[in-house]
Design a protein around this ligand. Structure first.
Ligand code: ADP
Ligand code: MG
Length: 871
């Protein structure tokens, strides 16, 4: 026994993690950020029946979060359990979960906050005569307990959030403004939904003045809460949700049968922006969804609301406050620790109700017109496109959605609803409505098609790639493999595609028993000059082999004259010229080593060999030179060669670029490029040539890249405009009130310089009440572009995400993008090497060279020459 105790358990043994560590590990997963910390505390106050909640932040919450309420308070007997893991007063067992009406029920928040920060709780239960102050350690144990005078209710004070997780703490402090903005967004939802509860939040930076973050008046109406948070003006643009039973067309779309729908399953209430042009918002910054008054992120609901809105107001997003009432048996809120993902039974009915109602709310007339137009459009396209293979994507789009559509089981006919769905679903594909930045990237698709078709229809060029023999086998075989890769882009429709050159297929394997692996000799040309080559030839010499043993390569090259004849000499591709001219080294190597043995014999290059058999007298003159030979040295050298080869195979096996060139793989491709290509690498790229008068082929080490000349130039010009253009402002006759929320006002005041660069100027009245401090006095102007308060809202939205970072409203970006496009190198323009070099160098000078302002990709990896094995 004793011996067993002395020995530590074997390393691989499975043992429980000690409780303290478990606690720390798990707590960081419950409270992920400032927003969740505040949310949990506010939820606790609401659960305690508070009608008055005060949130006090210091340094945006990094220093202190303090939430005080006038709720029930905590009874003395519960002090210990308050901060223990999975201790809750809200449920007792799993069955209670079904009817839980409180926000909390997992008993995790306070215990996690203890593990992550310094927590103090002041509380007085209604039954207690005096309040108590409780100080907790990181395990949730009470370390101090003192009487403390206070009114009924509870105050939870959280200091130095995340200080127990050093890395997270640093990140938290670094991103505090971003965290703060997100927290405010979250808090807004609770302010809106909490009827009859007064919520007030302030922030104090350093020793500065407390500023109001958000404040509601405890009104019993949703509408007034919205007014308190976003100002009365916001209310003017809203219409209430009017719920309708799902229409037949919509039901058909979702594959539903109205008869199956349980009565009164869902109850929708709330408000949404009118769909008139300009009434919505430029971002999704004001969208709040609730299920049974619980703020949440129901992704499909969010999507459908924005989709339908877009049908009526194409370029804007609605303000939304939507509560979905549903019987508690039909929901599962216990999906994620933050309870923001919620599972719903019969969700399709909800979507159908929502879609029907929204369509009706936004005006059925407009709707009919739109749908009809779209039908015509689609039908027109169908007529045109069905016989033509070239426009396959559109046909695919329809048939794809048809199969996807739940209504299509067994049906092949295109229903009205199916068409409508395919239209609406594909109009904004996988749109993440939460992020305007992402939305911008989506505009890429039509252009992307252009890129694809340009690459894939360049058949003549491919033939050139394939047939071009260049000066040597290596480039030839690699180019032909390159053409294979290009062919892959063609979606397997390779009609008319030239066959691969012989060298690709006919490469022989090295002779067995040769002391080197001949693969090394047929790898990239650089290697011929490497020390390895020296080693190899040395090794050959020492071992007494002739270089002719390499004639396996000679054979391969022997096919060259033939392919030379076959060569399509009419080709004008710069690519091939470059390939030819860029390999003098290889040519030299070829002429030096790879003429076949037979050829050499014929040419009489080995006279000594011929003479020795006849001339016996020579024996006398023969000099005898002792040749040093050491088996040990030879073995050592062979070992080195093998080692080097192994090393190289290892690096070869690591493929850095794996993404396909396909619109679906754009993100992966971009991530790879971002990871593998640093700014300075662009300058080091070798220009191979121009392809199809639209693309530049470059080479970096053993990787070949294809670069869209127009897209990349456009991106560079765009970035330059973004960075250096100062938009001229035009003074307004009367300063304009902006109706900003307190937070947005602060964001604006903190980023005045960025607004100025965008042509917006303001007067600030520090002494005016919060939300009235800022007045607009100057707006940017540019020929046909008119800017306004919406652009300010959008800038504020971006700046609350990245404070202090130069940014532009999307419409300014659009303006720059179209200017940049006009001044960039067009597709179809022949470029010389200097011009191409300039474009590539520019790529290294900007932050995100990976796609043009319209989202079209600028650069893709085609192939790694290391991966090409002639077999
Ligand atoms: P949960 O809310 O899931 O029960 P918490 O860790 O948030 O878990 O809170 C633990 C318990 O502490 C709650 O169940 C509640 O009884 C009590 N509590 C927390 N905050 C308050 C508050 N502000 N007022 C009264 N009781 C509170
Ligand atoms: Mg709680």
């Amino acid at each position: 026994m004793e011996a067993a105790e002395l020995c530590p358990p074997p390393a691989g043994a499975i043992r429980p993690i000690d409780r303290k560590s478990v606690h720390r590990i798990c707590s960081g997963q419950v409270v992920l950020n400032l927003g969740i910390a505040v949310k949990e505390l506010v939820e606790n106050s609401l659960d305690a029946g508070a009608t008055n909640i005060d949130i006090k932040l210091k340094d945006h919450g990094a220093e202190l979060i303090e939430v005080s309420d006038n709720g029930d308070g905590v009874e003395e007997e519960n002090f210990e359990g308050l901060t223990l893991k999975h201790h809750t007063s809200k449920i007792q067992d799993f069955s209670d979960l079904i009817h839980v009406e409180t926000f909390g029920f997992r008993g995790e928040a306070l215990s996690s906050l203890c593990a992550l920060s310094d927590v103090t709780i002041f509380t007085r239960h209604k039954s207690a005569k005096v309040g108590t102050r409780l100080v907790f350690d990181h395990n949730g144990k009470i370390t101090q307990r003192t009487p403390f005078p206070r009114q009924q209710g509870t105050t939870v004070s959280v200091q130095q959030l995340f200080s127990t997780l050093p890395v997270r703490h640093k990140e938290f402090q670094r991103n505090i403004k971003k965290e703060y903005a997100k927290m405010v967004q979250l808090l807004q939802a609770y302010c809106i939904v909490s009827k009859g509860v007064r919520i007030n939040c302030t922030n104090q930076v350093g020793q500065g003045r407390k500023s109001c973050v958000i404040s509601t008046a405890g009104s019993p109406s949703l509408k007034e809460n919205i007014g308190a948070v976003f100002g009365q003006k916001q209310l003017q643009s809203l219409i209430p949700f009017v719920q309708l039973p799902p229409s037949e067309a919509v039901c058909e779309e979702y594959g539903l049968n109205t008869a199956d729908m349980p009565p009164n399953l869902y109850r929708l209430t709330g408000f949404i922006s009118r769909c008139d042009h300009g009434v919505g918002r430029s971002t999704t910054d004001r969208q709040f969804f609730f299920i049974n008054q619980r703020p949440c992120d129901p992704a499909k609901v969010v999507k459908i609301v924005n989709e339908v809105y877009h049908l009526h107001n194409k370029h804007q997003y609605p303000f939304v406050v939507l509560n979905i009432g549903v019987d508690s048996e039909c929901v599962d809120i216990n999906v994620t620790p933050d309870k923001r993902q919620i599972l719903l039974q019969e969700e399709k009915f909800l979507l159908a109700i929502l879609k029907t109602s929204l369509m009706q709310m936004f005006g059925s007339d407009v709707n009919k017109l739109n749908v009809n137009q779209k039908l015509l459009d689609i039908a027109g396209n169908l007529k045109k496109t069905l016989p033509e293979e070239t426009e396959k994507p559109q046909v695919e789009m329809l048939s794809h959605s048809e199969t996807e559509s739940p209504s299509s089981e067994g049906k092949r006919t295109m229903t009205l609803a199916g068409l409508r769905e395919s239209f609406s679903l594909h109009q904004t594909p996988e749109c993440n409505f939460r992020s305007p930045k992402k939305v911008k990237q989506l505009h890429s698709s039509p252009r992307q098609k252009l890129l694809d078709t340009t690459v894939s229809t360049g058949k003549t060029q491919k033939a050139v790639f394939t047939k071009e023999p260049g000066g040597c086998h290596k480039v030839d075989s690699k180019v032909s493999i390159l053409s294979k890769y290009l062919r892959k882009l063609e979606d397997n429709s390779d009609s008319g595609f030239c066959s691969i050159s012989e060298s690709d297929a006919g490469c022989s394997t090295p002779e067995a028993g040769s002391c080197i692996n001949s693969e090394s000799a047929i790898n990239s040309e650089e290697e011929f000059c490497s020390t390895e080559e020296q080693l190899q030839s040395e090794c050959l010499k020492t071992a007494g082999c002739s270089k002719k043993s390499l004639d396996c390569d000679g054979q391969v090259l022997g096919t060259e004259p033939k392919s030379d004849q076959e060569n399509d000499r009419t080709d004008q591709s710069k690519f091939s010229q470059e390939a030819n001219s860029s390999s003098p080294r290889v040519k030299r190597f070829k002429s030096r080593n790879f003429k076949s043995k037979a050829e050499d014999l014929e040419a009489g290059k080995y006279p000594e060999v011929k003479n020795t058999s006849a001339d016996v007298l020579v024996k006398v003159k023969k000099k005898i030179v002792p040749l040093e030979f050491s088996m040990k040295v030879l073995a050592e050298k062979v070992r080195k060669v093998i080692q080097q080869q192994q090393k190289r195979t290892e690096t070869e096996n690591y493929r850095r670029f794996k993404a396909k060139i396909s619109p679906g793989d754009n993100k992966v491709a971009e991530d790879e490029l971002r990871k593998e290509i640093s700014k300075e690498m662009f300058a080091k790229m070798e220009i191979i040539g121009q392809f199809n008068l639209g693309f530049i082929i470059t080479k970096l080490n053993s990787d070949l890249f294809i670069i869209d000349q127009h897209a990349t130039d456009e991106k560079y010009n765009f970035e330059m405009l973004q960075q250096h253009t100062v938009l001229q402002g035009q003074k307004l006759i009367v300063p304009q009130n902006l109706n900003l929320t307190a937070v947005n006002e602060t964001v604006l005041i903190e980023n005045l310089e960025i607004f100025k660069k965008n042509g917006f100027d303001f007067v600030i009245d520090e002494n005016a009440p919060v939300t009235q401090r800022v007045k607009l006095v100057s707006l940017p102007t540019s020929k046909n572009w008119i800017f306004g308060p919406q652009d300010i809202d959008e800038l504020i939205f971006m700046l609350s995400d990245c404070p202090g970072v130069m940014c532009r409203p999307s419409r300014v970006r659009q303006m720059f993008a179209s200017r940049a496009c006009r001044k960039s190198v067009m597709i179809g323009t022949a470029l010389n090497v200097q011009e191409m070099r300039k474009l590539i160098t520019h790529m290294g000078e900007i932050e995100h060279p990976w796609n043009c302002p319209h989202g079209r990709p600028t650069m893709r990896h085609i192939v790694s020459l290391d991966m090409i094995s002639p077999e």
